[in-house]
Design a protein around this ligand. Structure first.
Ligand code: SF4
Length: 244
């Protein structure tokens, strides 16, 4: 297997609510979101030391009696051609697997779902499905047809999923969040993540003032009109809707 692992967290109680998981971070990404915090994985991944794949697999095997699953994050995992071999190893251990993706490669995610390799998909939605807005928030061109395909296949997959958006004031306002929520109308979970002006891919983001907690909560309330559950990550506050 040619996969290079660049980060490993042995156990987390909060990454996948309800599950105790290990988290694996893979290098490289096909997007360049200016607010991205995985700068090291995206910009200069080859300069980072690799964590030996065998030792990560062995550690997870040793812990499998009390682990529920593994989260594979990045970077963008769909860029790695033999990622399914790695996922299969964890599935054979009886562990649940969540993948984090930016939704640019729906055919790969579809293959994982069809083959029963993943139990949960977390997909970023960077902006409303509008060429100009998406290009700015994703840091470059993004094929919106592929993003839409990913949204539909995930919603129709029958497995657990979440959509999420980092709400950076440089690119998104409340009406954009509503527009995104409308494009995933009826979905079971939409999570808003606060933008944090530190360690960003683009240094100009360091000057951007984040939305307040109140503003974020207001965005979640508005988005809640279109999805079954929308909340701001980290606050554990469920915004209940009279519509559902
Ligand atoms: S935030 Fe954007 S650039 Fe960073 S890993 Fe995710 S998709 Fe890639």
């Amino acid at each position: 297997m040619s996969i290079r692992i660049k980060g490993f967290i042995e156990n987390s109680l909060i990454e996948w609510p309800g599950n105790i998981v290990s988290i694996i971070f893979l290098p490289h990404c096909n997007l360049r979101c200016p607010y991205c915090h995985a700068t090291h994985l995206v910009k200069n991944p080859n300069e980072l030391e690799c964590i030996p794949l065998e030792s990560v697999i062995e550690r997870i095997r040793q812990n499998k009696s009390w682990l529920d699953g593994v989260v594979i994050s990045g970077g963008e995992l769909t860029l790695h051609s033999d990622i399914d071999s790695l996922i299969s190893i964890f599935k054979e251990m009886g562990l649940r697997v969540r993948i984090d993706t930016n939704g640019t490669n729906p055919h790969i995610v579809e293959g994982f779902i069809r083959r029963g390799l993943v139990d949960c998909v977390a997909m970023d939605i960077k902006a409303p499905l509008n060429e100009e807005k998406y290009r700015k928030a994703a840091g470059g061109y993004c094929d919106l047809l592929e993003i839409e395909k990913s949204i539909r296949l995930i919603m129709e997959s029958g497995i657990e999923y979440e959509f999420r958006t980092t709400v950076c004031p440089a690119f998104l306002d409340g009406s954009d969040i509503v527009e995104i929520a409308q494009s995933i109308a009826g979905s079971s979970k939409y999570v808003l993540q606060a933008f944090r002006p530190n360690n960003c891919l683009d240094d100009t983001m360091l000057k951007v003032v984040p939305y307040s907690e109140e503003e974020m909560a207001g965005f979640a309330r508005e988005a809640q009109r279109f999805v079954k559950n929308c909340y701001v990550r980290g606050e554990e506050v469920k915004v209940l809707s009279s519509n559902w």
